[in-house]
Design a protein around this ligand. Structure first.
Ligand code: NAP
Length: 298
């Protein structure tokens, strides 16, 4: 089976590579002209906003399935520059969805918990959406575009994701806190915004199960524990043997953000567990997996 992963160098793309079955032939697409050497995947540099380049790729190669994870995911960047967000996320998704519809490839679109307003958690897949910011609205438009494109498809919505990322990509809350504590720096973390964060490998395993089973509809991909960022920071300190005394709890009003953030987007994970056979990891289990990936004992 040949699978195309867009956004192959991102936090999720990296995990998809690391968890892929060796029988899968993996082709990855990313944007910036750096090279990644990994024998498990053939990385191509291609801008998905260029519909002609996408068409040429699909004319050259046949894909059984596509996991479309590429795009700008930085919420405040998109709030400042919504047109950039639309062109990256909607433009790229349109090119990929049309190419999948023409070729018959099964498409999994990677959406987000930001399609919800955070007022009625926990959220099952059929809960009403109501995004609070441009990023959430654009991702919801992408979901609708994919639903109407004519390709066999499903939507996966990961929630706050953590794990080891490539150094060229943006840090995530766990790697950010880890680096700060390692340098002995103080950190302030909010204690009034809640999610059930998902380890990138768990998220990738759920996606590989989707590729194997080809379900339709929406799947919520999340971990097994509802926590705020302060608790997440304390857990990072504990698992990696770092100084929890450097961490201070603050309300989110201490960090006026450009885009308003939903307060609680915790997901219900029953469909993931039942239909994909994936158990949600607790935060401590996910962090311990990161620690063992480093090969250190604490
Ligand atoms: N991370 C989270 O907490 C989270 C939570 C919910 C949903 N999601 C969704 O999950 C998906 C993956 O997120 P992530 O955190 O893995 O992303 P990420 O680490 O920010 O990586 C983004 C990836 O997309 C590529 N890309 C961006 N624009 C592109 C374009 N125009 N053409 C081709 N490639 C492009 C980047 O390539 P370069 O490296 O070359 O720039 C990179 O490989 C996104 O759709 C995001 O909305 C993420």
């Amino acid at each position: 089976m040949r699978v195309l992963v867009t956004g192959s160098t991102g936090l999720l793309g990296k995990a998809l590579e690391e968890t892929a079955d060796p029988s899968v032939e993996l082709v990855g697409v990313h944007l910036r002209p750096y090279s990644v050497s990994d024998p498990r995947v053939r990385h191509l540099v291609l801008d998905l906003r260029d519909a002609r380049a996408v068409d040429e790729l699909f004319a050259r190669e046949r894909f059984d399935a596509v996991i479309h994870a590429a795009g700008i995911a930085a919420v405040d960047q998109i709030e400042r520059h919504p047109e950039e967000g639309r062109s990256s996320n909607l433009g790229g998704t349109r090119s990929v969805a049309e190419a999948c519809a023409r070729s018959g490839a099964y498409l999994v679109y990677i959406s987000t918990n930001a399609v919800f307003d955070g007022r009625s958690a926990p959220y099952p897949e059929d809960a009403p959406t109501n995004p609070l910011h441009h990023y959430g609205r654009i991702k919801l438009e992408c979901e609708r575009l994919v639903a109407a494109c004519g390709a066999p498809h499903a939507v996966a919505r990961p929630i706050l994701m953590y794990g080891w990322n490539h150094a060229v990509n943006r840090p995530n809350p766990v790697t950010w806190v880890y680096e700060k504590l390692l340098r002995g720096e103080k950190v302030q973390l909010v204690d009034d915004v809640f999610e059930n964060p998902v380890h990138n490998h768990q998220c990738a395993k759920a996606l590989w199960a989707m590729i194997a089973k080809r379900p339709s509809g929406v799947f919520h991909l999340a971990g097994g524990e509802r926590v705020h960022r302060h608790e997440l920071g304390l857990r990072v300190a504990k698992v990696f043997g770092l100084d929890a005394g450097l961490i201070e709890a603050v309300p989110s009003s201490a960090f006026p953000s450009i885009a308003p953030r939903p307060k609680d987007t915790t997901f219900v994970t029953a469909r993931m567990e039942r239909e994909l056979g994936v158990r949600p990891l607790t935060l401590t289990e996910g962090l311990e997996e990161m620690r063992s990936e480093m090969g250190i004992g604490v």
